[in-house]
Design a protein around this ligand. Structure first.
Ligand SMILES: CC(C)(COP(=O)(O)OP(=O)(O)OC[C@H]1O[C@@H](n2cnc3c(N)ncnc32)[C@H](O)[C@@H]1OP(=O)(O)O)[C@@H](O)C(=O)NCCC(=O)NCCS
Length: 158
């Protein structure tokens, strides 16, 4: 997929993306993933299987989303801590591990790792790595509690 896409809902694809949206080059989207309208996925973004990404989500380059991730409306990822610069190209990616849920309107600062099965409350400003199985929220987001759920798969990031 390359370029600006409008009205693109193709039954041959195994994922669904609603119009209008903007997808860069070399974007990978896993089977079963649904992406709401007005989302931007920049060059090289990787999104795993069975994710649910709501409307107006912004995902710049250097962000990797694993499987079964929920991203509420108007969530904004970032990739350049001291803009404007090209330094982000040399920085580690932001990684959102399996089964994470990110509440609507949250902002995720660059180069962070969100652990498996973490929950981020609505409207949070995430400035630090979040370990697996924890709930964080607020601005800046703080640890709230552990999530008691043993049904998570292996962690790829932390
Ligand atoms: C994070 C969340 C799951 C917490 O739910 P909960 O554990 O039931 O929390 P409660 O509603 O009992 O609230 C507990 C306290 O945290 C506060 N709080 C809850 N969510 C908060 C948030 N996102 N940011 C800041 N404070 C929050 C409440 O005001 C309350 O404060 P108090 O103790 O001073 O009264 C939920 O509030 C949330 O943000 N869900 C995401 C919703 C969303 O974006 N959905 C997207 C699909 S539409």
């Amino acid at each position: 997929m390359k370029g600006n896409y409008w009205a693109y809902k193709n039954s041959e694809l195994k994922y669904t993306i609603y119009e209008p949206f903007n997808v860069g080059e070399d974007v990978c989207i896993g089977d079963g993933t649904k992406i709401g309208s007005y989302c931007e996925l920049q060059n090289g973004v990787i999104i795993g299987k069975n994710c649910s990404i709501h409307a107006y989500v912004y995902i710049p380059s250097n962000v990797i989303i694993m499987d079964d991730v929920f991203i509420g409306a108007r969530v904004t990822f970032t990739n350049d801590k001291y803009p404007p610069s090209d330094n982000w190209k040399d920085c580690p990616p932001t990684i959102v591990n399996n089964s994470v849920a990110i509440g609507a309107g949250s902002i995720i600062l660059p180069n962070l790792i969100i652990g498996n099965n973490a929950t981020i409350g609505a409207g949070s400003l995430v400035t630090k790595n979040i370990p697996p199985n924890q709930m964080w929220y607020g601005s800046p987001a703080r640890f709230i509690k552990r999530i008691l759920n043993e049904n998570f798969s292996c962690d790829t990031g932390i």
